[in-house]
Design a protein around this ligand. Structure first.
Ligand code: FES
Ligand code: FES
Length: 154
């Protein structure tokens, strides 16, 4: 196998079929870029969380998933995976500044709210592990997520 060998990736992206042909060493992040759907990408090494997508229902940094391993998977970005109540509370709390971290952490926090809506601050902070935000200091994000949880459980 040479470094020029290609792998064909087909799957579902935000409810629509997508297709990409990328080198065998490429990641799901690379495949989505090749398919014309780039994500915010910071570290490209699984450290910042900016490229997090829902992969078959599990929040996952797309940069650490081999593209070939994602063939046939259901991928959702924040465009489809975001809970509207969370997006509204993040906006109300001023929890988005430059916005670079937002799509990834919205995927992670929407999953958290969907699977365990009775939350406390430590649980939110735990879910934010691996999501770097250089702008907000995280408190507004935690506050907004707890407010979204309160609305979902009221
Ligand atoms: S770009 Fe994927 S985790 Fe940083
Ligand atoms: S809002 Fe800028 S990195 Fe989080």
């Amino acid at each position: 196998m040479s470094g020029d060998d290609l792998v064909e990736v087909r799957g579902t992206l935000d409810g629509e079929p997508y297709h990409a042909e990328v080198p065998v060493w490429a990641s799901l992040l690379d495949a989505l870029e090749a398919a014309g759907r780039p994500l915010p990408a910071g570290c490209r090494g699984g450290q910042c969380g900016s490229c997090t997508v829902s992969l078959d229902g599990v929040p996952t940094p797309a940069c650490v998933v081999p593209a070939g391993a994602a063939a046939g998977a259901v991928v959702e970005t924040a465009r489809r995976a975001a809970l509207p109540v969370l997006v509204a509370e993040l906006a109300a709390a001023g929890a988005t500044q430059c916005g670079y971290c937002s799509p990834g952490l919205v995927v992670a926090l929407s999953h958290l709210l969907s699977t365990s809506p009775s939350l406390d601050a430590p649980a939110v902070r735990e879910a934010l592990t691996g999501h770097l935000c250089r702008c907000t200091g995280y408190e507004a994000i935690v506050t907004a997520t707890l407010a979204a949880a309160a609305r979902l459980t009221s």
